[in-house]
Design a protein around this ligand. Structure first.
Ligand code: ATP
Length: 353
């Protein structure tokens, strides 16, 4: 049931719309109608079809979706390894569509860290753990010594001060100055200790288990204190017990360093551990599960309550879960009714078949 708005109502709505902050203005990661089209053998594949995603600073969240839904495409874009065809993508104040090659390199070295599924892709095989973790610091130090960097990465690190180890406080030159080697060694050991692989400091990747390698990989990814840590199926090659330990390592990084973490996973156990799981379907974010702790009124026990939401895009489009539409045989056209506190979606009652 609707009532016709008055002219005053309409004027108020227009003004409110104009004053509304831009989409994602307070998010660390903003993907706004992101499109990525691949062309292979003359055939176009729309890997991302107008994907919207906002991630706030300090979040630890999971991305799930069927094979081919676009997860890796999205991660490659966020990692600065691929460029979207259209839409907007911003991470920690950087515009991922307009960065030049130099900005892109700096972005990959300083703003994002990544951990990939293939343990071999994360570490250099001929370096020890400590040397692997030190490498990004050396690369950054070399640049810092040129005086080419410093504080002021837009949106980066804000509010992350508490409890962090060896943060960015003293600027980029820290790793390239005279005391650089000692500071680097300290940072390397702190990270390896935090991730409980300090005993592996002098081992090369082939001398460690898959789980140890992934923990060292997380230390490498965190070395330059990135604003965002991206992980694509980081537990994919591990057994469930080791996967649990790796997930605990991500949680530690998130809690102790305040790093925002996005994990792509097929592992339902990992997805259940985070407060927010976003599902991607056909190149768009489709549903989201939010979990929160509640105290049971009767028993007093704390329990986690999960609730599933559908994503409404800015054009008003909503993707209904396939199992819901199948259950009521909804297709092509549905009947809508606006009620005072909800919108009812019913099967098309004009159909005669
Ligand atoms: N370089 C490419 N060239 C052509 N098509 C591609 C390319 N990369 C991805 N695609 C296609 O884009 C779609 C999305 O792929 P993507 O790898 O992002 O999916 P995914 O959700 O990560 O899948 P999986 O879970 O299997 O890794 C798929 O149809 C895939 O075949």
């Amino acid at each position: 049931m609707t009532t016709n708005p008055t002219l005053d109502d309409l004027t108020r709505r227009v003004t409110a719309d104009r004053d509304r902050p831009a989409f994602g203005h307070d998010a660390l990661i903003t993907c706004d109608r992101l499109v990525r089209v691949f062309t292979a053998d003359g055939v176009e594949v729309q890997a991302l079809q107008g994907l919207d995603l906002l991630v706030r600073e300090g979040e630890l969240m999971a991305l799930v979706g069927a094979s081919g839904s676009g997860k890796s495409t999205l991660m490659n874009i966020l990692a600065g390894l691929d460029v979207p065809t259209a839409g907007a993508a911003r991470v920690a104040g950087r515009d991922l569509l307009t960065m030049n090659a130099r900005d892109r390199l700096a972005y990959r070295r300083e703003v994002v860290g990544f951990v990939w599924q293939q343990t071999a892709r994360n570490l250099l095989p001929y370096l020890t753990s400590a040397q692997n973790v030190a490498l990004p610091l050396q690369l950054r130090g070399a640049k810092g010594a040129e005086g080419a960097e410093g504080e002021g990465d837009a949106g980066k690190g804000a509010g992350k001060g508490a409890g962090r180890i060896l943060g960015r406080g003293s600027g980029g030159g820290r790793w390239g100055g005279r005391a650089a080697r000692r500071a680097r060694a300290e940072r390397v050991m702190e990270l390896l200790e935090m991730l409980e692989v300090a005993d592996c400091r002098d081992r090369r990747p082939h001398e460690m288990s898959g789980g140890q390698q992934q923990r060292v990989a997380i230390a490498v990814a965190l070395a330059n204190d990135p604003a965002v840590l991206l992980a694509d199926e980081p537990t994919g090659e591990l057994d469930s017990h080791t996967a649990e330990q790796i997930f605990a390592a991500f949680r530690t990084a998130n809690e102790r360093l305040g790093t925002t973490i996005v994990i792509v996973t097929h592992d339902q156990a990992v997805a259940n551990e985070v407060r927010r799981t976003v599902a991607i379907r056909d190149g768009r974010t489709s549903t989201e599960v939010l979990r929160r702790s509640e105290v049971d009124e009767v028993t007093g026990d704390e329990k986690v309550v999960a609730r599933e939401y559908a994503m409404l895009d800015r054009a008003g489009r909503l993707q209904l879960p396939a199992e819901y539409t199948r259950a009521l045989d909804m297709r092509d056209r549905v009947a809508l009714e606006l009620e005072s506190d909800h919108i009812a979606v019913r099967p098309d009652d004009s159909r005669t078949d």
